[in-house]
Design a protein around this ligand. Sequence first.
Ligand code: SAM
Length: 366
Amino acid sequence: NSSISPFSYRDTIQEGDLALVWVSRDNIKPIIIDAKQMFNTRYGSFSHKSMIGKQYGSQIAIRTKGQNRFSFIHVMQPSPELWTLSLPHRTQIVYTPDSSYIMQRLNCSPCSTVIEAGTGSGSFSHAFARTVGHLYSYEFHSVRYEQALQEFKNHGLSNITLTHRDVCSDGFTVKKSDPTSHLFPEGASQATINANAVFLDLPAPWDAVPLLDEVIAKNQKVGVCCFSPCIEQVDKTIEVLEKCGWTEIQMVEIQGKQWESRRQMVRTLDDALERLRDVKRRKQEGIERRKQMYDAVLKDDETDGENSERPQPPKTKFNPFGKGTRVREGDANYQWKQVTRVEPEIKSHTSFLTFAFKIVDKSKVC
Ligand code: SAM
């Protein structure tokens, strides 16, 4: 079934499919479905055979070895978002909070022609390929170029032209003599690009920006986004963007956070007073216990260790506000209210996003 892209929609899991196995939120593994193979996890092995014919999204369960428990996985259909979470990393990658925002700011649609450099691990390329009409992607590292070429072919991403090129020194024009996946129409010696959006994920975007005029659409507003981890790079990029006639320059930072929905125990004023009394009681008990232990040590020394029975701290009882037995969230013996909690750390920031726009020939804007 290699002619159908694994990224195009289908209902059921079939032999030869690229499927993504969801083990946990941060453990998603790509597999090629093969009836003779097993998918091994530390909880047990799942046969691919048990997945074939099931609906994508299905839960596959097995009984764990030696225990009367179940272990399960979910088999998902590939999407650019899940691919980003499971792909083999060859470089740093762009994650969905950034890629979705960038595509929206650059007005990407099936009518768009987009330039991307460098290709890297192809994370953003997959997202672009689903949304835009055509993607021209450039990579100067030969091994990464070959790997991406193979991957795009395997994934049936026929709207990507991948070119092996140093865009900072050689620009973006794709010629017939170049190592490229571009399919040139008869008689054409170079590709007609006319890009209306550009994404640069390069260490030195300022070297590539002056070379864009040759390949961007002349008669419409074109957007560029430069993805840079350091503010010094942003500074340098903005300087060159201004020099090259790009306007509406803005720098944005994405700070994505997870919102968690959970239940919190309802506490009354009486509970709070009881908690204060409990703290006081424990403090007093602690003082007395330490005094007893101190006395016992002194006595031990006098009797040369004959009396080895020492007072032990009493076992703590449950206290809903402090130490003691843990209460399961939602325990029916207590009252609960629904609350939301925001993750304290920001995990999605990887770079600053510098946006700018340009109309090369204002007299011909359509
Ligand atoms: N955006 C990619 C993704 O989401 O997977 C990751 C890009 S990675 C951070 C940067 C890539 O740019 C690297 O693979 C590197 O080899 C490539 N690169 C750096 N300078 C380049 C240049 N001048 N021309 C072409 N590619 C370049």
